[in-house]
Design a protein around this ligand. Structure first.
Ligand code: AMP
Ligand code: MG
Length: 390
């Protein structure tokens, strides 16, 4: 049995990356940039008025000035602002030559149609050319995961077909002779397949491409055939169930027989101890426990970082430290535990009724998972605990 940190390091110890492709800007949401994005513009492209008002020479602030022109956003000034003159200007318009100041309209007073004076002093209200970005400057880095903020940046520098990593293909097999699909009514010895569908959803949330291979009965040959065939069709193959010590838990043995190099088959973590991980050439094969909360947690803490890594993104799961709102105790402390918790309005952590790794009905209530380190049996109220937010 290895520690969770060793397991994670083992999983992430790979140079394999998906291929890259150029796609349209909007399709790139959730994908990872395979190139740096370089600006083809200065931003702002000119000295820009930050306020509606009057462009003047600063030394003229106390004078009566003659208005020589009006410049709106999208227009170009034609007149030079000499001493004694002012150009009426709108927010976002280029500041005319000669002017070094824009006095906001709120501080102006029209004397007549063509003359203005000011009732107070303002700041310059000019945003200098290229204050934010210069031509040739790198605005986004390779390896960046794209969200709406990055879309804005790419749009502004004319990048409408970014090069991104292809989505990792993640195959999913559910094992178990007791498992039926959701559209069926289980007979007294059956249960519905929650894992397979949960994993499809988790893969989608992790920006992978799920490939569902269905339910395989606990039969050695069928399981062998299914794994053998499916592993060829994806970058990562997830198999749920069949990794424990039961008579029909064939998965680790089949992985070995298919030439998968098993790197670990037990992790000191709760839930999800029997998680089995191996590689075969450029493929990853992961046996996840059948219990749905275990499968959920193992996906979040091991599989999602792997999907991110092979699709070009450096996994950077952030944890926050919050105080327990209660005394927390557990009986055994050999394993690192991930327990569902809620966070109160004043940011304290609370546990709630949770029956263990089959209790998926508890998960939707949780705001996140508290991380209880190995060797730690209790937290007292107020003590800080690491939390992974959902
Ligand atoms: P196993 O790891 O195959 O021994 O399964 C452990 C427990 O998880 C058993 O109670 C199974 O019935 C349950 N289980 C296995 N596969 C699934 C699944 N796809 N959906 C829901 N529960 C499952
Ligand atoms: Mg089973």
């Amino acid at each position: 049995m290895i520690s969770f940190n060793e397991a994670l390091n083992t999983v992430l110890d790979t140079n394999i990356r998906t291929k890259t492709e150029k796609i349209s800007l909007h399709q790139s949401i959730g994908r990872v940039l395979a190139e740096d994005i370089i600006s083809d513009i200065n931003m702002p492209p000119f000295d820009k008025a930050a306020m509606d008002g009057f462009a003047i020479q600063k030394a003229d602030i106390d004078k009566k000035l003659t208005i020589i022109e009006t410049v709106g956003a999208g227009q170009s000034p034609t007149e030079f602002v000499e001493s004694g003159t002012a150009t009426k200007i709108m927010t976002g318009a280029p500041v005319p030559k000669g002017a070094d100041f824009v006095v906001q309209v709120e501080l102006s007073e029209m004397i007549d149609e063509n003359h203005v004076r000011f009732t107070g002093h303002s700041k310059s209200n000019i945003i200098p050319v290229a204050e934010d970005v210069s031509i040739g400057g790198r605005v986004l880095h390779k390896g960046q995961k794209v969200d709406a903020r990055h879309i804005a940046v790419m749009a502004s520098v004319g990048c409408n077909k970014p090069e991104v990593y292809k989505q990792a293909k993640v195959g999913i097999i559910s094992t178990g002779s007791e498992i039926v699909e959701p559209e069926n009514t289980p007979n007294p010895s059956q249960i519905r397949n929650s894992n397979g569908h949960q994993l499809i959803a988790q893969v989608m949330q992790a920006n992978g491409l799920p490939e569902y291979f269905g339910i395989i009965e606990d039969n050695y040959q069928d399981t062998f055939n299914a794994i053998k065939k499916s592993v060829e069709l994806c970058n990562i193959l997830l198999i749920t169930g069949g990794v424990s010590m039961g008579e029909f838990d064939f998965v680790p043995k089949i992985m070995s027989e298919l030439g998968v190099n098993i790197k670990f088959d037990r992790i000191a973590v709760q839930p999800g101890k029997p998680t089995t991980f191996g590689t075969k050439e450029d493929k990853f094969v992961i046996g996840l426990p059948g219990n749905p909360v275990s499968a959920f947690v193992q996906f979040e803490i091991l599989v999602k970082p792997l999907i991110e890594k092979i699709s070009g993104h450096q996994p950077n799961e952030k944890q926050i430290k919050l105080p327990f709102g209660i005394d927390y105790r557990r009986k055994k402390d050999e394993r690192k535990a991930f327990i569902p918790i809620t966070i109160s309005d004043n940011s304290e952590v609370f546990t709630f009724e949770y029956h263990g790794s089959a209790h998926i009905y508890a998960l939707p209530k949780a705001d996140g998972l508290a991380v209880i380190p190995e060797g730690k049996k209790e937290f007292i109220k107020g003590e800080l605990v690491n939390v992974r937010l959902f």
